[in-house]
Design a protein around this ligand. Structure first.
Ligand code: ASP
Length: 440
C-alpha cells in the first residue's frame, strides 16, 4: 500500500481548464497523491506559445524600455480564462497585476520567468483546496546560482512537515536574501524530485504528454516498443545520448534517496508509463537491451606518438589542453602508441585551430595529430547485457549485415552499454539494424 505520492505535471498537462480538470481527476483516483508540483501552462496546440516563453519576452521588452502589454495580455488571458472557467475564488486579476508591475518595474529575468509556475500554483491550490507553498521559502540557491541541496532538504521538509496536501510551484527557489532563482529550462522536474525527497515519498510521479520512454527514437524506428522498467543508471546513459523526457538533474535527488520515478501520461491516466528505479526490483525476465539512443556531430581527435605507452602523464597533457579550452570529451579509446579523443564538434569548433596546434606541439617530431569529423555515436544500453553473453557479437554482426563500417567501439565501464561510432550518414541505419536484432 503506497503511503505518499508526489506528482509533477508538465506544461502541456496544465495548458488550459480542461487539462486542470484532468489533473484533478488523476489526483482523486489515488488519495495518497498528496503533493503537486506544477509547471507553467504550456502549449495548447503546436503553434501556441508557452507561458514561460511569453514571460521571457515580457522581460526582454521591459529591459529595452518598451511596454510589456502586447505580450502580457496573452498571459493574462490564459490565466483568467482558467480561473473563470473553473470558477476559482482566488483573485487572479490582482495576482496578474502584481506580476505585470514587477516585470515593468525591472524585476530580474529569473523572477519574471518564475511567475508562470507561481500563478499556475496559486490557481491549482485554489482549485484543489490544497495549501500553497512558495518554493522561494523552501528551495535555496547559493549566491553563485547553484542549488544548496542540504539547506533545501532542511527547509522543504520543515515546510511540508504537517503532512497537509500541498501545491509547490516548480522551476524556482531563492537565495538566502530572498532573490528568486530558476533552474534551467524544464527544471520543474527537479523541483518535483526535491519535494519527493523532502517528504520521503514512496514514488515520484512525473506526468507529461507521453506514456514514458520508448526504446528508440520514433522518427527513426516506426512505433518503437515502450520501456516499462529502467534503472536510473541506464536512463542516465540514454538521456546523455539524447533520449529526453526528464530533466537530467531531476534524477539525482530521488536516485540517491531510493525513490522510484514513474513517467505517466496525463492524457492516458491508466497507462502504467515507465518506472525508473534503482535496481528494477522483482523482475521475472530482463530484456537484453533496454534502449538505443545516439547523436550525430562528433569529431575524433586522433593523436599518435611513438612510445606513447611508456610516457607517464601523456594522456593527462592531451586532456588538459582540451580542459583549458572548456571542451569536454565523450570517449577516449586508447591504443599502445595512439589515443582517440571523441568530442562534440560544436564544442571543438570555436578553438579548433589553437587546440590542434597545441596538441601537435605535444607530439612534435615523433607523432601526428589528425581530426575526423562527421561521426555519430550510438549507445545501446541494457542492464541485461551483464547476464547475457554474445550481446556484442550480435550487435556487430547486425551492423556488418547492414554493411555499416564501425569507426569506434567503447564498452561502457559499467557493462551497461556498448557504444559505437559510425559515419553520420550511417546513423539511422545503425539504429535500425540494432533494433531489428534485439527487439523486432
Ligand atoms: N516552465 C519552465 C520551462 O518552460 C520550467 C518547466 O516547465 O519545467 O522551461
Amino acid at each position: 500500500m503506497l503511503e505518499c505520492i508526489v506528482t509533477k505535471f508538465g506544461g502541456s498537462s496544465l495548458a488550459n481548464d480542461e487539462q486542470f480538470r484532468k489533473v484533478r481527476s488523476i489526483l482523486e483516483l489515488e488519495p495518497t497523491r498528496r503533493y503537486l508540483v506544477p509547471s507553467a501552462p504550456g502549449k495548447r496546440f503546436p503553434s501556441d506559445e508557452k507561458v514561460t516563453d511569453l514571460l521571457y519576452a515580457c522581460h526582454d521588452l521591459a529591459s529595452a524600455g518598451n511596454s510589456i502589454e502586447p505580450q502580457f495580455v496573452k498571459i493574462r488571458e490564459r490565466f483568467l480564462s482558467i480561473a473563470q472557467l473553473l470558477h476559482l475564488k482566488v483573485d487572479a486579476e490582482s495576482a496578474l497585476d502584481e506580476v505585470s508591475r514587477g516585470i515593468s518595474g525591472g524585476r530580474s529575468r529569473d523572477w519574471c520567468a518564475s511567475r508562470g509556475e507561481y500563478l499556475c500554483g496559486l490557481l491549482m491550490a485554489d482549485y484543489l483546496g490544497w495549501k500553497f507553498v512558495d518554493p522561494a521559502q523552501g528551495i535555496r540557491f547559493r549566491d553563485d546560482g547553484t542549488l544548496d541541496d542540504e539547506k533545501t532538504q532542511e527547509l522543504l521538509s520543515a515546510l511540508l512537515a504537517d503532512g497537509q496536501p500541498a501545491v509547490v510551484p516548480g522551476f524556482y527557489g531563492a537565495r538566502a536574501d530572498g532573490e528568486v532563482v530558476t533552474f534551467s529550462r524544464g527544471g520543474s522536474d527537479i523541483t518535483g524530485a526535491l519535494v519527493a525527497r523532502a517528504v520521503n515519498a514512496d514514488i515520484y510521479e512525473n506526468w507529461t504528454d507521453v506514456s514514458g520512454f520508448l526504446m528508440a527514437d520514433p522518427r527513426i524506428i516506426e512505433g518503437p516498443a515502450e520501456i516499462t522498467s529502467i534503472t536510473y543508471k541506464e536512463l542516465r546513459e540514454l538521456s546523455h545520448m539524447g533520449a529526453s523526457v526528464l530533466h537530467e538533474d531531476a534524477m539525482f535527488p530521488v536516485h540517491r534517496a531510493g525513490i522510484p520515478t514513474n513517467i505517466r501520461n496525463t492524457n492516458k491516466p491508466y497507462h502504467p508509463g515507465t518506472l525508473i528505479s534503482k535496481n528494477a526490483p522483482n523482475e521475472v525476465s530482463v530484456p537484453t537491451i533496454t534502449g538505443i539512443a545516439g547523436h550525430k556531430g562528433y569529431s575524433v581527435i586522433y593523436v599518435e606518438k611513438s612510445m606513447m605507452n611508456s610516457e607517464v602523464g601523456f594522456g593527462r597533457k592531451v586532456l588538459s589542453v582540451l580542459e583549458e579550452y572548456g571542451v569536454s570529451f565523450e570517449h577516449m579509446p586508447t591504443g599502445i602508441d595512439s589515443m582517440c579523443v571523441v568530442v562534440n564538434s560544436s564544442s571543438l569548433a570555436p578553438h579548433r585551430e589553437e587546440i590542434l596546434a597545441r596538441l601537435e606541439k605535444l607530439v612534435e617530431g615523433s607523432g601526428s595529430v589528425s581530426v575526423n569529423d562527421n561521426m555519430a555515436i550510438i549507445a545501446t544500453v541494457g542492464r541485461g547485457m551483464v547476464h547475457n553473453c554474445g550481446t556484442a557479437a550480435r550487435l556487430f554482426s547486425a551492423m556488418s549485415r547492414a554493411r555499416i563500417n564501425v569507426r569506434m567501439i567503447d564498452q561502457g565501464s559499467s557493462e551497461l552499454s556498448i557504444i559505437v561510432g559510425v559515419n553520420d550518414s550511417d546513423f539511422e541505419a545503425t539504429i535500425r539494424a540494432i533494433y531489428r536484432e534485439f527487439v523486432a
